[in-house]
Write a protein that binds this ligand. Structure first.
Ligand code: NAP
Length: 360
């Protein structure tokens, strides 16, 4: 049995980490939940037991680390950079959910179904990839093995929970505000199409209003005019698939959805692979489910949507078809819960894999 610390235990991902540890019956003896001074006095629940939040300070880490076996970090990159090495120096394994360590060559960047062999006893810090990267590589890795992917073009439709709990509240509050304004003007009652004018609201967390809108910016812009999120997809995918030659281009968009990211993915392969062969490969995967029956009379069986994937531990794929614009091309629609497979579930699965391999 392990004593496990969750750093960022009050956050959107941290709460799901606790939930996944409990739901998947990971052998937990005791929880040490860390957060910032803002959460002083707050408590989290694990297996019907309340645990008081511990403020993340160097003194507290020193004080409690003797009794901690494993740490799940989900409190942002700067917190990870400062505190993960302190745990690692005490010989404690750290699975970090931020971008702090992902691209360091010596740090394993792990999706257990894809590259579990990169885990080892001497690598104390393990990076959990970006949410949009995880769901894409889970589907593409087995295809890469068989047909060798040369090029990937991806557009994402990312939910607000990807930007944390406060962004979920922002979508909720903005939506309420816009709807109450429309209702006041009796727009909905009169169905006067011309008066469906949305007044802009003032965003606090996301760069622009998200209610009834889309934002083609996730994270900051870089010199090459891509965003940091887009370049995470490029660099992390190459590292996980262990192939620096794959050409990748991404466009990441925030959408007014609470949970689950969706992705349109176009791939070009070296070897021709048919839609049926692709479906055979994907249907053999435990963590992937194909929903792809466009002419089914039941809309639930035609393709997956973010609501279908919400709170599910599975990555869904649909709309599989040949790309009309090139010879060996395929198109996919991939949907997964960003807080689960995109973050908390993948982190817990890393621990499970380490247990299986006798690393912990
Ligand atoms: N959301 C996703 O889908 C997703 C997916 C993959 C990776 N990630 C990454 O996971 C991390 C957390 O994301 P989130 O969505 O859970 O964010 P969140 O809802 O904003 O939660 C942030 C958590 O970090 C804690 N925290 C912040 N500053 C801290 C500090 N100085 N010391 C100690 N604790 C601190 C917060 O504690 P307080 O409550 O005390 O402020 C809170 O528990 C980020 O690095 C994010 O990039 C998120």
């Amino acid at each position: 049995m392990y004593n496990i610390s969750v750093v960022g235990a009050t956050g959107a991902v941290g709460q799901e980490m606790l939930h996944m540890l409990e739901l998947r019956n990971f052998p937990v003896n005791k929880i040490y939940p860390f957060a910032s001074s803002r959460s002083k006095g707050k408590k989290v629940l694990f297996k019907d037991k309340e645990y008081e939040i511990i403020e993340l300070t160097k003194e507290n880490v020193k004080k409690y680390s003797k009794d901690i076996h494993l740490v799940l970090f989900s409190a942002g990159a700067s917190v990870s950079k400062e505190f993960a090495p302190i745990f690692a120096e005490e010989n404690i394994f750290v699975v970090d959910n931020s971008s702090a360590w992902r691209m360091q060559p010596e740090i394993p960047l792990v999706v257990p179904e894809v590259n579990p062999h990169t885990l080892s006893k001497d690598k104390k810090i393990i990076a959990n990839p970006n949410c949009s990267t995880i769901q894409m590589v889970v589907v593409l890795a087995p295809i890469h093995k068989v047909a060798k992917i040369k090029r990937i073009v991806v557009s994402t439709y990312q939910s607000v929970s990807g930007a944390g709990g406060k962004a979920m509240i922002e979508l909720f509050e903005e939506t309420k505000k816009v709807l109450s304004q429309l209702e006041k003007e009796k727009t909905l009652m009169s169905h006067n199409i011309k008066s469906f004018v949305i007044e802009k609201t003032q965003p606090f967390v996301l760069p622009k209003q998200i209610a009834f809108n889309l934002i083609p910016q996730i994270d900051i812009f870089l010199q090459n005019l891509y965003t940091k999120e887009e370049m995470k997809m490029v660099n992390e995918t190459r590292k996980i698939l262990e192939d620096e030659n794959i050409k990748i281009s991404a466009q990441c968009v925030r959408v007014p959805v609470f949970r689950s990211h969706s992705e349109s993915v176009w791939i070009e392969t070296e070897k021709k692979i048919s839609v049926d062969e692709t479906k055979d490969i994907l249907s053999s995967l435990k963590s992937v489910k194909i929903i792809d029956d466009p002419f089914n009379t039941d809309p639930n069986l035609r393709y997956p949507t973010p609501i279908d994937a919400s709170q599910q531990q599975i990555t869904y794929v649909g709309r599989i078809r040949e790309d009309l614009s090139c010879d060996n091309g395929l198109v996919f629609w991939i949907v997964s819960d960003n807080l689960l497979k995109g973050a908390a579930l993948n982190a817990v699965e890393i621990l499970e894999e380490m247990l299986k391999r006798d690393i912990i």
